[in-house]
Design a protein around this ligand. Structure first.
Ligand SMILES: CC(=O)SCCNC(=O)CCNC(=O)[C@H](O)C(C)(C)COP(=O)(O)OP(=O)(O)OC[C@H]1O[C@@H](n2cnc3c(N)ncnc32)[C@H](O)[C@@H]1OP(=O)(O)O
Ligand SMILES: CC(C)C(=O)C(=O)O
Length: 808
C-alpha cells in the first residue's frame, strides 16, 4: 500500500500540553542524574536471542566497573533463566554493597511474589511494578475503566508493600519501590498524576532520601518531540504532591529517531526531561532496547562530561565496554554512534583535517602556557567535542585519508608516524602524490600506504627505499678563500672560507668518490654532482628541525631544488621543482641526504655519465675520479691527502706515457707503488709479531725482513704503531713519525677485513726537508694491517740503518 497523500486521514497528531510559564527551556544541567541501567531487562527482552546467564554476568560486571549503582537485572517472573540469574548474583556475592538490584514485575500477585522471592537475601533491592495507563491500553489490553486501572495499581502496590515488609524483616534487605504508569506519554496527564498519587498513598511510607518512592514516567513509545516530553515531566513535577518524597525517573525510547540506523532521539528527550525535573534516567548502554532502543546512557553521560559535569560513570576504556556489550547483545555499535562509533573521532575531509591539525598545534602552545600559569588546560579542538584520549582512544584514527582529504591531514599523519614536520610547500607537493593514488584507486589510504608512498617518493628511511644516488660517507672541511673571491652570502660559513665536500656516493650501485666546493655543505655537494655527474640543480628552499630529544636527537632537513643554470628570478618562478628530505644525527648530513633525496626524484631514469678513465689523465679526469677507480676496484677509500699524493704519481706516469693511462694500468700502478696485493714485497716487510700487555703498556715483538735479511725488533709503547715507530727509530739514523692514520672496514660479516692507511714523515740527517710517504694494507687482523701499512710507508724512504749490534 502506498503512502497516503493525506496522512491526517490515518494518523492523529499528538496533543501537546500548553504550559506558558514552563521553566525547563532556560535551565542548564549542572549535575549527573541517578543512572539506572535496564540493559539486562528492557535491553535483554528486545533481543532475538536473550542473553545467557554467562553473558548477563559479563554485562553486569561491565556495568559495575563503569560505576552504575542501580541495575534492573531481570524480569524474574518471566523465566527460570532470569530468576536464576538474580539468585546467582546474590548467592555468588557479585553485588557490591552500594549497588541496588532492581527487578521488574507486572501487577499480578503470583508474579510479584516470584519477583520478590528472587531478591531474597539481597542487601538492597528496588521492586519495580508497572501497568499501562493510557486510553488505548485501558480499552484494548486490559479492557479496564480508569477506576479499575487505579484499583489495579493500588491493590498490587499494597501486595508489594506487604511482601517487601516481610522480606525486609526476614533478610534485613533495604527495599525501594518504583512504580511505572506504563505508556505515560500517551496517558492523559492528570490521570497519570492521579494514578501515581493513589500509588503513593497505597505504598504509605514515602519519605526522604532512600525512602523516596520512584515514579518512572516512560515514553514507552516515543510519540512527540522532546520538548513536549519535557513539558509533560514539568507538569507532573509541578502537580504531584510531596515532590520531595519522589524520585522522578525518565525512561525514553527512540521511536522518533532521525534515521533507521541512527537513533538517539531519546537522548534529547532525556536531556530536556532532566531540565524539566527528572532525577533519574533509565536506559541502556549504546541504546539497545525495544524497537528503536532505549535511551543511550553512554551518550548522555559523555554529553554531561563534555560540559564539564562529572557524570559519575567511567568510560576511560570505552573500547572494553563496547567489546563486552557487543559480545553480550550480539548487536554492533554503529560506526557513527556518538563517542563510541569507530568513525566518530575520524575526519576524512581536507578542511576538517586541516582544522584539527592546526587545533592540535595551537593547543600544544596553549596548554604549555596554562601549565606555566597553573591554570586548567582546556580542551578546545575543531570538530572534536571530546578528547579521544579521555576514553582510552589514541589519535591514530582521528585523521584518515581518501580522495576527500587535503594536505593538512596527510602532513599530520607524516608528523605522527615519521616525526617529520613538512614545510608547507612540501605538504602541497606530497599531497598531490597521495591524492593521485587515492583518486585513481577510489579507496582510503591507510597510514602504511601514506608512509610507504612518502618513503618511496623521497627515497627516505633505509636501504629499501634508497634511490639511484645514495650517500655512503662524506667529510666537510673548510678552506680559506683566495683574497679576491667574493662571498655569495647564503650560509653561516665565514666570508673568507669555502666548504669542501668530499664523499663517496653510490651511483646506480657503483661507488664513486665525488668532490666539490661551495659556500656551504649543500652547495659543495651540488658542485660535486655538477662536476662528476653532470647534474645541475640549485636550492630554492631549505628548512630544518630537530627530531627526538636528548641524546637521540637528530636533524631533519628539507630542500626544494630547481634546475640549475637559471637566473635567480627565473628559478624562483619555476613551476618545476623537486622536494627532498633527510634525517641524520649530523645536521650537515641531514641536509646532504635531503639534497640527494630531491635529486633522486628529479633524475628519474635519466642516464648518468659513467666514470671514464681510459680517456687519460688530462684535465678531464681529476683526483676524485682516480679515487673512485681505486674504491671500485680495490674497495679502498683513500684519505683525501693520500688521494692527492697518488694523483701526483698518476699524473707523472700519465705524462710519461703520452697522457694516456688505462683503468687497468691505473690499478696496477697503485698496487706497485704501495706494494698492495703484489708478489713483490716492500723493502721492509712483516713476518710475524706479538703484542703483549706488560704493566699497562704494550710490548711489541716483530720479526721483519729488511732488505732481504731477518731482523727482530722489540719495543714498548702505548700501542702497536707507536711501539714500532720507537723501535724503527732505534734502528735508523734520523727520525720517523706518524703524520696521519686512518682505517675502515672492507666487506661484511665473517669476511670483514681492516684497511689501514699510514702517512709517515722522515727527517733524515743532513736533509733540509722532511719527506712524507703513504702506506696501505688490509688484513683480517687490524693490528697486522696497521703495522704492514706503516712498514710499507717506511719502505719508500731511503732509510739509513744503524749498524747491527750482536746480529740484531
Ligand atoms: C513496556 C515493557 O517493556 S513491559 C515489560 C515487558 N516484558 C515482558 O513482557 C517480558 C516478560 N514477560 C513474560 O514473560 C510474560 O509476558 C509474563 C510471564 C509476564 C506473563 O505471561 P502470560 O501470563 O503468558 O501473559 P502474556 O504474556 O500473554 O501477558 C498478557 C497478559 O498480561 C496482562 N498484563 C500486561 N501487562 C500487565 C501488567 N503490567 N500488569 C498486569 N497484567 C498485565 C495483559 O492484560 C494480559 O492479560 P490477559 O491474559 O488477561 O489478557
Ligand atoms: C516497564 C516500563 C517502564 C517500560 O519498559 C516502558 O514503558 O518502556
Amino acid at each position: 500500500m502506498p503512502m497516503l497523500a493525506d496522512p491526517s486521514q490515518k494518523y492523529k497528531p499528538y496533543t501537546p500540553l500548553n504550559i506558558p510559564d514552563r521553566q525547563w527551556p532556560s535551565k542548564v544541567q549542572r549535575a549527573a542524574p541517578i543512572w539506572l541501567s535496564t540493559d539486562l531487562r528492557d535491553g535483554n527482552q528486545a533481543l532475538a536471542n536473550p542473553m545467557t546467564i554467562e553473558q548477563k554476568t559479563i554485562f553486569f560486571k561491565t556495568l559495575i566497573k563503569a560505576g552504575v549503582k542501580e541495575i534492573e537485572v531481570a524480569y524474574p517472573a518471566a523465566s527460570d533463566t532470569d530468576f536464576n540469574f538474580v539468585r546467582g548474583l546474590i548467592e555468588g556475592g557479585l553485588v557490591p554493597d552500594d549497588v541496588w538490584l532492581q527487578v521488574l514485575t507486572p501487577a499480578r500477585e503470583d508474579l510479584i511474589k516470584r519477583t520478590i522471592d528472587s531478591v531474597a537475601g539481597s542487601k538492597r533491592a528496588i521492586i519495580h511494578m508497572y501497568n499501562a495507563t493510557s486510553p488505548s491500553f485501558r480499552n484494548v489490553v486490559f479492557r479496564n475503566s480508569k477506576e479499575k486501572t487505579i484499583e489495579l495499581a493500588i491493590t498490587h502496590t499494597k501486595i508489594v508493600r506487604k511482601l517487601v515488609d516481610e522480606a525486609a524483616a526476614k533478610y534485613g534487605t533495604q527495599f525501594k519501590y518504583e512504580y511505572s504508569p506504563e505508556t505515560f506519554t500517551q496517558t492523559e496527564p492528570d490521570f497519570a498524576i492521579e494514578v501515581c498519587q493513589a500509588v503513593k498513598t497505597a505504598w504509605g511510607k514515602a519519605g526522604l532520601g532512600d525512602e523516596r518512592i520512584t515514579f518512572n514516567l516512560p515514553a514507552t513509545v516515543e510519540i512527540a518531540p522532546p520538548n513536549h516530553y519535557a513539558d509533560q515531566i514539568e507538569n507532573f513535577c509541578r502537580k504531584i504532591s510531596e515532590r520531595e518524597k519522589i524520585i522522578v525517573s525518565l525512561h525514553p525510547h527512540n521511536d522518533r529517531g532521525t534515521s533507521i540506523i541512527i537513533t538517539w532521539q531519546g537522548v534529547a528527550a532525556a536531556e530536556l526531561g532532566m531540565l524539566a525535573g527528572g532525577d533519574r534516567i533509565e536506559g541502556c548502554f549504546f541504546g539497545n532496547g525495544e524497537r528503536t532502543g532505549n535511551v543511550d546512557l553512554v551518550t548522555l553521560a559523555l554529553n554531561l562530561y563534555t560540559q564539564g559535569v562529572a557524570p559519575n560513570l567511567d568510560f576511560s576504556d570505552i573500547q572494553s565496554v563496547i567489546d563486552a556489550v557487543v559480545a553480550c547483545n550480539d548487536l554492533p555499535v554503529h560506526p557513527r554512534h556518538p563517542y563510541a562509533g569507530e568513525l566518530v573521532f575520524t575526519a576524512f575531509s581536507g578542511s576538517h583535517q586541516d582544522a584539527i591539525k592546526k587545533g592540535f598545534e595551537a593547543q600544544r602552545v596553549r596548554h604549555a602556557e596554562a601549565e606555566a600559569k597553573g591554570e586548567p588546560k582546556y580542551w578546545d579542538m575543531p570538530y572534536l567535542p571530546i578528547d579521544p584520549a579521555d576514553l582510552g582512544c589514541n589519535y591514530e584514527a582521528v585523521i584518515r585519508v581518501n580522495a576527500q582529504s587535503g594536505k593538512g591531514g596527510i602532513a599530520y599523519l607524516i608528523q605522527q608516524h615519521l616525526g617529520l614536520d613538512l614545510p608547507r610547500k612540501m605538504q602541497v607537493a606530497f599531497y598531490q602524490v597521495v591524492q593521485e593514488v587515492a583518486d585513481r584507486e577510489a579507496r582510503e589510504m591507510s597510514v602504511e600506504d601514506i608512509t610507504t608512498a612518502f618513503r618511496s617518493n623521497y627515497h627516505f628511511g633505509g636501504s629499501k627505499y634508497e634511490g639511484r644516488l645514495a650517500l655512503k660517507s662524506f667529510k666537510i672541511s673548510a678552506e680559506p678563500l683566495p683574497d679576491s673571491a667574493a662571498d655569495d652570502g647564503d650560509s653561516d660559513v665565514p666570508a673568507d672560507e669555502r666548504r669542501l665536500f668530499d664523499g663517496t656516493i653510490s651511483v646506480d650501485g657503483v661507488v664513486r668518490v665525488i668532490r666539490g666546493d661551495g659556500n656551504g655543505p649543500l652547495s659543495a655537494l651540488l658542485d660535486a654532482l655538477r662536476t662528476h655527474l653532470d647534474l645541475d640543480f640549485s636550492i630554492r628552499e631549505y628548512s630544518e628541525h630537530a627530531v627526538g630529544e636528548g641524546s637521540s636527537v637528530k636533524a631533519a632537513s628539507y630542500v626544494e631544488l630547481v634546475r640549475g643554470g637559471q637566473e635567480v628570478k627565473e628559478a624562483r618562478k619555476s613551476n618545476e621543482s623537486w622536494w627532498g628530505v633527510g634525517v641524520d644525527s649530523d645536521i650537515a648530513g641531514s641536509g646532504l641526504r635531503a639534497v640527494l633525496s630531491a635529486i633522486n626524484t628529479a633524475i628519474g631514469d635519466r642516464v648518468l655519465p659513467e666514470l671514464k678513465l681510459s680517456v687519460g689523465f688530462n684535465s678531464r679526469s681529476g683526483q676524485a675520479d682516480v679515487a673512485s677507480a681505486v674504491l671500485q676496484s680495490l674497495e679502498l677509500e683513500l684519505p683525501r691527502r693520500f688521494q692527492s699524493s697518488f694523483f701526483e704519481i698518476v699524473q707523472r706516469t700519465a705524462r710519461d706515457s703520452s697522457d694516456n693511462i688505462s683503468y687497468t694500468d691505473l690499478i696496477q700502478l697503485f698496487r706497485d707503488t704501495y706494494h698492495y696485493g703484489t708478489q713483490v714485497p716492500s723493502r721492509i716487510s712483516l713476518k710475524n709479531f706479538t703484542l703483549d700487555n706488560v704493566g699497562g703498556r704494550k710490548e711489541l715483538k716483530v720479526d721483519l725482513i729488511w732488505d732481504g735479511k731477518d731482523r727482530q725488533l722489540v719495543a714498548d709503547g702505548t700501542g702497536a704503531l707507536s711501539s714500532i715507530i720507537t723501535s724503527l727509530n732505534s734502528q735508523i739514523e734520523g727520525t720517523l713519525s706518524i703524520k696521519d692514520y686512518s682505517e675502515h672496514s672492507i666487506g661484511e660479516g665473517s669476511n670483514v677485513e681492516a684497511a689501514s692507511f699510514v702517512e709517515l714523515a722522515y727527517d733524515a740527517p743532513g736533509q733540509p726537508k722532511r719527506v712524507t710517504s703513504w702506506g696501505v694494507s688490509s688484513d683480517t687482523d687490524i693490528t697486522a694491517s696497521g703495522l704492514k701499512a706503516l712498514l710499507r710507508a717506511a719502505s719508500s724512504f731511503q732509510l739509513i740503518p744503524k749498524p747491527l749490534v750482536n746480529g740484531h
